[in-house]
Structure formats: C-alpha cells, structure tokens
Write a protein that binds this ligand. Structure first.
Ligand code: 5GP
Ligand code: ZN
Length: 137
C-alpha cells in the first residue's frame, strides 16, 4: 500500500466508498464523477501505478471481473451495453496513479462517451510502426 494513494485507502476500506464488489484482490466502487449512471471502478487492493506495473496474476482476473460487473449492470440498471476503459499515463487521461478499470454503462440514445475521429493508416507509416514496436516486444 502506498501512503499517499487515495485508491489504496479506498481499496483497503480506510476511506468509505459505495462498494459493488469486494474480494481478496479487488474492490469495485462507484465513480464519484460518473460518465453515466452506474459508472464503476475496479481497484486492485495492491498498489500498481498503471498497467505496465500490474502483476500478471492480478491482471488475469481483471477481465472476468469486468464481465461480471458489466453483466450485472445490464440486468440491474437497464443499460444496453458498457465500455471497459483503462487509462495509462497523464497523456492518456489517467488522473489517479493507481491502476483502475472503468466500467461505464451505456444507455440507448445516451451520449457518446468513448469516441474518436478515425484517421488514416498509410503504408509507409504502417511498416515503420510495426518494425519499431516489434523491436521492443
Ligand atoms: P482516470 O482519469 O485516472 O482514469 O480516472 C480516475 C477516476 O476516479 C475519475 O473518473 C474520477 O471521477 C474518479 N475518482 C477520483 N477520486 C475519486 C474518489 O475519491 N472516489 C471515487 N469513488 N472516485 C474517484
Ligand atoms: Zn494505490
């Protein structure tokens, strides 16, 4: 646990939260600034700043838990779908440096929440990107 980390404190139950699920590895809470009704956050109880630091064994449990929470939301809240969002680094919109996964219910006719304008992938760039990234794997 990291002393100055608010999500460590919430995950440990030291700061009260609206908790949807808790087990040995995770606490799932409602986001204080929801993008839609029911917006939740999956928090590991251990501190990892982001996905790059996340333990593999904990990471393997994240998607099954996201499915469990999202499925329950669809039954309980009447959303028609949900987004699973996970930000890494300030440039990507991460504001709390404790790994977390957003589960964002999506309602019929609701606003776009995760959206971008598609660009174009040209052949030269494609080759350069593939070569550069593969070198670092
Ligand atoms: P990020 O931008 O880092 O991916 O997401 C951080 C999220 O945490 C935001 O959606 C924000 O509303 C939420 N958040 C920040 N502080 C608190 C808090 O103290 N309690 C809860 N429940 N959510 C928080
Ligand atoms: Zn933390």
């Amino acid at each position: 646990m990291k002393d100055d980390c608010i999500f460590c404190k919430i995950a440990a139950g030291q700061i009260p939260s609206a908790t949807l699920w808790e087990d040995g590895d995770f606490r799932v809470i409602l986001d204080l600034g929801p993008a839609s009704r029911g917006h939740a956050l999956i928090l590991p109880k251990e501190h990892y700043a982001d996905l790059c630091e996340l333990d593999d064994a904990v990471g393997a449990k994240v998607m099954p838990l996201a499915r469990k929470i999202g499925s329950a939301m669809m039954k309980a809240l009447g959303c028609a779908g949900f987004n699973v969002v996970q930000n890494n680094g300030e440039a990507a919109g991460q504001t709390v440096r404790h790994f977390h996964v957003h589960i964002i219910p999506r309602y019929e006719g609701g606003p776009k929440i995760v959206a971008w304008e598609p660009g174009e992938l040209n052949d030269a760039d494609k080759a350069q990107i593939v070569e550069a990234v593969k070198m670092k794997l």
